[in-house]
Design a protein around this ligand. Structure first.
Ligand code: WQD
Length: 339
């Protein structure tokens, strides 16, 4: 079976490609490399011992993306491609809407044209409005997002629901990710943040490597046990396996279904720092500063539905996530590329 992964060279796309190749699927990547490194494709080849096909195209470009469908019978699309920086989305909302929505619409049109009936979409916990208490369940109201990035994910979910409602043969799976971190245990693929990281784990690993002098912990006065924010960190390889489970589900069902992909466990920023120190033996210098605008105090998933319906649950510990993130940082993180 041929599975198209848009944004397939990115952090989540590349780890999912590794999981699907290991499960015996034929994987085709599409990536415009706007925020990823072409060397990832080679690394995937090394990791799996297979030639990985990759189209260097922007999937919003209908003619270019059409060639992928023309040259391959695509059985399912896993749509990872998209801009994903929260702060940037506040400054450049139209760029986010244009890019993230356009690529999805183009893919849906091509899927209709070439009779491809399965779409797995990279959504986000960001679609849950701030008003919902943790653990977040899939039944809670979505929308009311804190930023344009989250709203692109919410709008795309709605577009995909409409598309599935209009075509009874279509299968749409919306995967709402919590906080994916870590790297493949092989150390061959991982996250390549552009410039100064926004997210916690790459900031920690760059601080451990001496690239950043200290970590700023955003807020120590939240209504949580240690005063720092609580999130649901999930190992990127567990998240990748969640996609394999969602893909199996999509082959057996039609309509739209939504699943949280998290561990169901809330962990504070200080707990992440301590876990990293335990896992690596490296002390992380940090200071507690003011809150970061837009952060909610507590966000973690209910994972019951994914366990019940997909038969999937996260297995790796926070220490595994820290150890694998650090291995990756040491190997490729110094200059933030894989050349
Ligand atoms: C985690 C915690 C920070 C950096 C965001 C997006 C989400 C998804 C993942 C996409 C928070 C704290 C962080 C730092 C810190 N997007 N922190 N110092 O905000 O939960 O989720 O990234 O790709 O849609 O909203 O993740 O890793 O930025 O922050 O104290 O230098 O770490 O305040 O509590 P977040 P994060």
């Amino acid at each position: 079976m041929n599975i198209l992964l848009t944004g397939g060279a990115g952090f989540i796309g590349s780890h999912t490609a590794a999981a699907l190749l290991a499960a015996g699927y034929r994987v085709i990547l599409a990536d415009n490399f706007s925020n990823s490194d072409p060397a990832v494709v080679r690394q995937l080849g090394k990791l799996t011992g297979q030639h990985v096909r990759c189209y260097a195209v922007d999937v919003a470009d209908r003619a270019a993306a059409g060639r992928i469908f023309e040259e391959n019978h695509i059985d399912a699309v896993l749509h990872f491609a998209g801009h994903k920086a929260v702060g940037e989305s506040v400054r450049q909302p139209l760029r986010y809407y244009r890019n993230n929505l356009d690529s999805t619409l183009t893919l849906l049109e091509l899927m209709a044209q070439y009779d491809c009936r399965r779409m797995i979409f990279s959504s986000s916990a960001a679609v849950y409005g701030a008003g919902n208490p943790a653990p977040l369940t899939e039944q809670m109201p979505a929308g009311g997002c804190a930023n344009p990035y989250g709203r692109t994910k919410f709008f795309i979910e709605e577009i995909l629901r409409d598309a599935a409602a209009a075509n009874p043969e279509l299968s749409v799976v919306l995967l709402r990710y919590f906080n994916p971190i870590g790297a493949h245990a092989s150390g061959l693929i991982g996250e390549l943040p552009n410039g100064e990281p926004n997210n916690l784990m790459p900031y920690i690993t760059q601080t451990a490597a001496g690239i950043r002098p200290r970590l700023r912990v955003y807020g120590g006065d939240y209504p949580t046990p240690d005063g720092t924010c609580i999130r649901d960190y999930i190992h990127i390889s567990d998240l990748a396996e969640g996609h394999a489970a969602a893909l199996r589900y999509a082959f057996d069902h039609t309509g739209t279904e939504v699943f949280n992909l998290g561990t169901g466990r809330g962990v504070s920023v200080l707990e992440v720092i301590r876990a990293f120190e335990r896992a690596t033996g490296i002390r992380i210098p940090y200071e507690i500063t003011g809150r970061r605008p837009g952060d909610v105090p507590v966000c973690y998933a209910s994972v019951d539905k994914a366990a019940r319906v997909l038969g999937w649950q996260a297995k790796k510990s926070l220490e595994d996530m820290c150890r694998d993130a650090w291995r990756w940082q040491q190997r490729y993180g110094k200059n933030q590329n894989m050349q």
